[in-house]
Write a protein that binds this ligand. Structure first.
Ligand code: 6PG
Length: 634
């Protein structure tokens, strides 16, 4: 057996399909104990069925709860087999409660006539054939089950189950870069059976999967491939495949190779930082073949991939239900031990919010870089700056990014701080750029994301900056001093504005796309595993249960009023002293603008109307009418 965990095999299907026969035979073959769900029906239920009365959901509820208890108890020590009709998705959900990732449904399928014939051949059963039609009517499609036709002989059916469940892998990962490798280890560490594939490129990428398997003892039961056909053939059906290759063309190349070998009902997950509109195109292409495509934002870097990332999947909800147990199992857990993984919604919404996550991340990083720059201007060395930031950890400012910044600042090399030796040119891989394009496309003023992105772009002009520095002699004045508490408060408010803008952007975009948003749930899955996890994010989980607008939430109104003077003073002091603080300054400018009822945009409208007859609305006329004025008098 490839998996390292106990499993409960539920042989499901309508009455008369042969569940008990197959279950018992499977039990003999595998030596796994067998249970028949029929033995757990109450006397009332049995009497009802004998009288030809179909059971209601209510009749089945207690029975299903009892079966779930049985499965959970069995799974503590052993695998088990259960023959149970499990006709509806809601029944299967009850059966799987608290053991979702250990349950394997095997659906025995057959036509009404075939099943009727089998029932007529059967000697004793409490269910009269008259109820067969109602069984077929009740049966809801199971997307996650292994489906086997009863046209096959019992021995063949059992052989197929054994092969699928014990010799095939539950999940496959394509692309063994750092993230892919760590996800592989995360899956096997959670007891899943795994197939791993990395392409073969002569002299460049050879035996990657095999060598990776050899390097880590926990992968001894994983299957390693560099042939995509064999990789696909090694997976349990419906196949679940996670692609971990670079966003863009590489994904399309993999899909092109993969698609001919996939079957209807298989699920492909793209775990990269893909552009959400690309994800939607891919969903459309794959759905033509009835293959599901889930775009899944994954945050947490290498460490998250190994120990628990934050996961943001979207796409067809039935496809999500197939992969949910796998994703939930490997995800980070929040303070309530719930997985930091939630179904974000239809289409590319998962990759969309990962893009916004990264936008928020850019700003969080930039704000810390600005704090560092301000503190450097006070002649503090990196250790002293780290000490100041460490004192902030005790407050609501605590965050993963604060934490790593402290460690970075303390890192030394040959008696000097490593940070002093790193070139001040920041790069980016694209998500901040996409987020900025999206912000402008959608006309939502999430200005900090664009500002943080441009701060990186400005950093890229190193030689021009060096020349202009000499030309303009723009160093900060020596007697400039900044109050640390004031800086702390300024930083706190700038972060609040950043989170306001990020979640506002999500809320507004979701409305435009017609997606359902749940900001509290998004904040929750960002409380652990991801790069922007923080004490503030934890606070937002509650805040968003009462208001979707952070600036209007009672929790923040007073706080913002108190913090605002510190942000204003910090920004003006920095500007007077030639310290570039793009995000701090944009935060206060944005707050001033968004809290001003009368902006100067009336003049903009007048100018537009003057040179282009673009018209304007009047505030002394209470309707939507647009006017043009004859500005030129001759
Ligand atoms: C994460 C990160 C991750 C990656 C960024 C880096 O959530 O784990 O966001 O996805 O570190 O893509 O982005 P830049 O290279 O653009 O800074």
């Amino acid at each position: 057996m490839l998996a390292k965990k106990n499993i409960a095999i539920i042989i499901m299907g309508v009455s008369g399909v042969g569940k008990t026969t197959i279950g018992k035979l499977l039990s003999q073959t595998t030596k796994i104990p067998f249970f028949d769900a029929d033995d757990f029906h109450s006397a009332n239920n049995i009497a009802k069925m004998k009288n030809g009365v179909a059971l209601t959901d209510e009749d089945r509820h207690e029975w299903l709860l009892q079966l779930n208890l049985l499965l959970n108890n069995q799974l503590q020590t052993n695998s088990c087999i259960l023959a149970c009709s499990a006709l509806k998705e809601s029944y299967r959900n009850i059966l799987s409660t608290n053991c979702k990732s250990n349950i394997k449904f095997v659906h025995l399928t057959g036509s009404y006539n075939k099943v009727l014939q089998q029932m007529n051949e059967r000697k004793q059963h409490f269910l009269p054939t008259s109820l067969l039609q109602s069984q077929f009517e009740t049966l809801e499609i199971s997307y996650s089950s292994i489906n086997i036709s009863i046209e096959k002989k019992p021995d063949e059916i059992v052989a197929e189950i054994v092969n699928e469940l014990f010799h095939q892998s539950e999940i496959g990962i394509i692309g063994l870069g750092v993230m892919g490798k760590n996800l592989c280890r995360n899956f096997v560490n959670h007891g899943f059976s795994l197939a791993m594939y990395n392409r073969h490129v002569p002299n460049e990428e050879e035996n990657i999967a095999e060598n990776f398997k050899k390097a880590f003892p926990e992968l001894n039961t994983a299957q390693a491939f560099d042939d995509i056909t064999l990789f696909v053939a090694a997976l349990q059906k419906p196949r679940k495949i996670i692609i971990m290759v670079h966003a863009g063309k590489a994904i399309d190349d993999v899909l092109k190779q993969l698609l001919p070998y996939l079957s209807a009902g298989d699920v492909v997950i793209d775990g990269g930082n893909s552009y959400f509109l690309d994800t939607e195109k891919r969903q459309a292409v794959l759905s033509d073949k009835n293959v599901f495509f889930i775009g899944c934002g994954i945050s947490g870097g290498e460490e998250g991939a190994l120990n628990g990332p934050s996961l943001m999947p979207s796409g067809n909800s039935n496809a999500y239900s197939i992969v949910q147990p796998f994703l939930d199992a490997i995800a980070a857990k929040d303070i309530w031990q719930k997985p930091c993984c939630a179904y974000i919604g239809e289409h590319g919404s998962g990759h969309f919010i990962k893009m916004i996550h990264n936008g928020i991340e850019y700003v969080e990083m930039q704000l810390l870089a600005e704090v560092y720059q301000i503190l450097l201007s006070q002649q503090y060395n990196p250790d002293k700056i780290a000490a100041i930031l460490t004192s902030w950890k005790e407050t609501s400012l605590n965050s993963y990014l604060l934490d790593i910044t402290i460690t970075i600042l303390q890192e030394k090399e040959n008696n000097d701080w490593l940070i002093n030796k790193i070139t001040d040119v920041a790069q980016s891989k694209g998500t901040g750029n996409w987020a900025t394009i999206e912000i402008t496309q959608q006309t939502i003023p999430a200005t900090l994301i664009a500002t943080a992105l441009f701060a990186r772009y400005i950093s890229g002009y190193k030689s021009l900056r060096t020349t202009l520095h000499k030309t303009y002699n723009s160093t900060s004045k020596n007697n400039f001093s900044i109050d640390i508490l004031q800086l702390q408060q300024a930083y706190e408010l700038a972060r609040i504005i950043n989170h306001f803008q990020g979640f506002w952007l999500i809320e507004e975009s979701f409305k435009k796309f017609g997606w359902q948003s749940n900001l509290s749930e998004i904040a929750r899955i960002w409380t652990n595993g991801c790069i922007i996890r923080s004490a503030l994010m934890q606070e937002l989980v509650d805040v968003f249960t009462t208001s979707n607008n952070l600036l209007l939430s009672n929790y923040f109104i007073e706080k913002i009023k108190i913090l605002k003077p510190s942000l204003t003073k910090t920004v003006s002091a920095c500007i007077e002293n030639n310290i570039p603080i793009a995000c701090f300054s944009e935060a206060i400018n944005f707050l001033n603008a968004i809290t001003t009822s009368n902006l100067s945009a009336n003049l903009l409208q007048a100018q537009r109307d003057y040179f282009g007859a673009h018209t304007f609305q009047r505030n002394d006329i209470d309707d939507e009418t647009f006017f043009h004025h004859q500005w030129k008098k001759n």
